[in-house]
Design a protein around this ligand. Structure first.
Ligand code: SAM
Length: 245
């Protein structure tokens, strides 16, 4: 316990590591603890930034913001992500750390499916609406679940395009055996990888339209892929929308 009676994250982290190296620890417990260990790391990053911005809003008012860009940085955009490299390390599940009516453009791709639905996803859509100026726009791209579903239940060929484009370099390639495995990957990709935030929800065009409409956006339309902003490797098999406040 800390001097204030709050359980210490550092102590918890040490205890988890000790249990994880114990050979008697069951697979199920180890899996849950690895997930907790990863969240503790993210919690530390987030709280270091939160310490600098205790009210959850940075002073700057970047006009263009990328959320969850990972290694894909975009010139002229302020990049916010859970982990480095980013201009600000922030857990978006805690909100978007920008001031009301301040940004003109938000861009994210292959991010939304990594946060929990409905709590964090709907909160994110409402936060995007809050921080955008009137007429501001948010572009969102995700793996297109409709594509994986449209191919089911055809037999899976070794030359399958989705495997070739998305999974060819995976360690677990040998575990992708049927068409349903590809459907499963859209819904829970890398659920078993302790270093990765897995897919937690799947999206298609209609779901994105519903989500941003519910959050108050005036229009939600298909976005034409622009490789000067988007990650070129996301063009195939993704669905993008642009929502306007
Ligand atoms: C699959 S990667 C996509 C990276 C990049 N957008 C691309 O398309 O190459 C997902 C990214 O979302 C970030 N992310 C996941 N959950 C997040 C959260 N709660 N807050 C901020 N970023 C998050 C991850 O750290 C990671 O960089």
């Amino acid at each position: 316990m800390s001097p204030f009676g709050v359980p210490s994250v550092d102590l918890l982290s040490e205890q988890i590591e000790a249990v994880l190296v114990d050979p008697a620890t069951t697979h199920g417990l180890a899996r849950a603890l690895r997930a907790a260990s990863k969240e503790i790391k993210l919690h530390r990053y987030h709280h270091a930034s939160r310490h600098a911005w205790p009210n959850g809003r940075i002073d700057d008012k970047p006009a263009k913001v990328q959320i969850g860009g990972g290694a894909h940085r975009i010139d002229g955009f302020f990049n916010i992500d859970l982990v480095p490299p980013a201009d600000l390390l922030w857990d978006i599940r805690e909100g978007i750390p920008l001031q009301d009516d301040s940004a003109e453009e938000i861009f994210s791709e292959h991010f939304l499916e990594h946060i929990d639905y409905p709590r964090s996803v709907k909160h994110y859509a409402r936060e995007a609406h809050r921080v955008l100026v009137q007429g501001g726009r948010i572009v969102t791209g995700v793996p297109d679940a409709a594509l994986a579903l449209s191919q089911y239940p055809a037999a899976l060929e070794g030359s399958d395009e989705m495997i070739r484009r998305w999974y060819a370099k995976r360690d677990g390639l040998g575990d992708i055996n049927t068409r349903l495995d590809l459907v499963n990957l859209v819904f829970r990709d890398q659920d078993d990888d302790p270093t990765y935030t897995p897919h937690l929800w799947a999206y298609d065009h209609d779901k994105l339209v519903q989500l941003f409409t519910e959050a108050g956006f005036t229009t939600v339309e298909p976005w034409t892929f622009d490789p000067t902003i988007a990650n070129p490797k996301r063009q195939w098999g993704s669905v993008y929308v642009i929502a306007t406040k």
